[in-house]
Design a protein around this ligand. Structure first.
Ligand SMILES: Nc1ncnc2c1ncn2[C@@H]1O[C@H](COP(=O)(O)OP(=O)(O)OP(=O)(O)O)[C@@H](O)[C@H]1O
Ligand SMILES: [Mg+2]
Length: 258
């Protein structure tokens, strides 16, 4: 694998909002998870979400895709109130791509067949489908793994496959739930580079959450930190790590990035 240079992340601060969570509250069995949360995701930004286990990061992805309905509040996607829009309509209408925290592949199919399956769902023309699959195989260095049943892939190889599958339909809004978990150092670098290249070459908005805070903060344009159902800090990576509340509730005093 080639060595990867330091990334250059474009900042698109003034872009329009693509997803807005408005006054969102979520409860599970009377336990409040999100508390009147307001979050705007801008076009072409790479937004990083940080926060402790169980704070509601995956829940936010589920609200955007429609896997979870909020108890209160609205979800606006590309200017359209989508709060009641079914999952499949959201995926096709707004070109959502999701890398779920767990699962996302068919274990009994080979790596190649998993890729072909999503390509057949999203790309009608055979030639374009094949071009796309070839591009992904080379980008992710999948060649030696094509005919292995997915259940036999290593944890990191599975994760790479799920990420690759989310890119098949050229998503406009890409949601990555812990993409760095289980990946080795060079594969994390490769994924960071893919994320940043996507942002600079396509009109895409990316939301990524991960507990590898350093890896995450090195490839986002903006970050938010969640605690007790609310956003306690928002800003550039440097701004959030020096935020007093975020330090005391999430990062601690020692945390730093390059
Ligand atoms: N179906 C459910 N029924 C009851 N509680 C749930 C359900 N789904 C999620 N929760 C609770 O909602 C909270 C938020 O969960 P969520 O998965 O969004 O957290 P998270 O921030 O993604 O955590 P992690 O970093 O561990 O992945 C947790 O306390 C979880 O136990
Ligand atoms: Mg989660």
């Amino acid at each position: 694998m080639a060595l990867i240079k330091k990334f250059k992340i474009e900042d698109y601060k003034d872009q329009k909002t693509i997803v807005e969570l408005k006054n969102i509250s979520v409860f599970y069995n009377k336990r409040q998870i999100l508390d009147n949360l307001n979050l705007k995701i801008n076009k072409q930004e790479i937004l990083g979400m940080l926060g402790p286990n169980g704070v509601g990061k995956s829940t936010i992805f589920n609200l955007i895709t429609g896997l979870k309905d909020p108890n209160y509040g609205e979800i606006i996607i590309d200017g359209i109130n989508s709060t009641s829009l079914p999952i499949n309509e959201r995926f096709t209408k707004f070109k959502l791509g999701l890398v779920p925290q767990y699962g996302g592949i068919i274990q009994e199919l080979t790596l190649l067949d998993n890729l072909k399956l999503v390509a057949e769902i999203h790309i009608k023309e055979k030639d374009l489908r094949e071009i796309k699959i070839e591009k992904i195989i080379s980008q992710f260095e999948f060649q030696p793994l094509l005919n292995i049943k997915s259940k036999y892939l290593s944890g990191g190889q599975k994760k790479k496959l799920v990420i690759a599958m989310a890119l098949v339909n050229d998503p406009k809004i890409l949601l990555l739930d812990e993409p760095f978990a289980a990946l080795d150092i060079l594969t994390i670098k490769m994924l960071q580079e893919i994320i940043i290249n996507l942002q600079s070459t396509e009109e895409i908005s990316i939301v990524v959450c991960d507990h590898q805070a350093r890896d995450l903060l090195n490839c986002v344009t903006r970050a938010i930190v969640l605690s007790n159902g609310r956003i306690i800090a928002s800003g550039s990576p440097k701004e959030v790590i020096s935020d007093r509340v975020a330090k005391s509730e999430y990062f601690g005093d020692e945390f730093n990035i390059n």
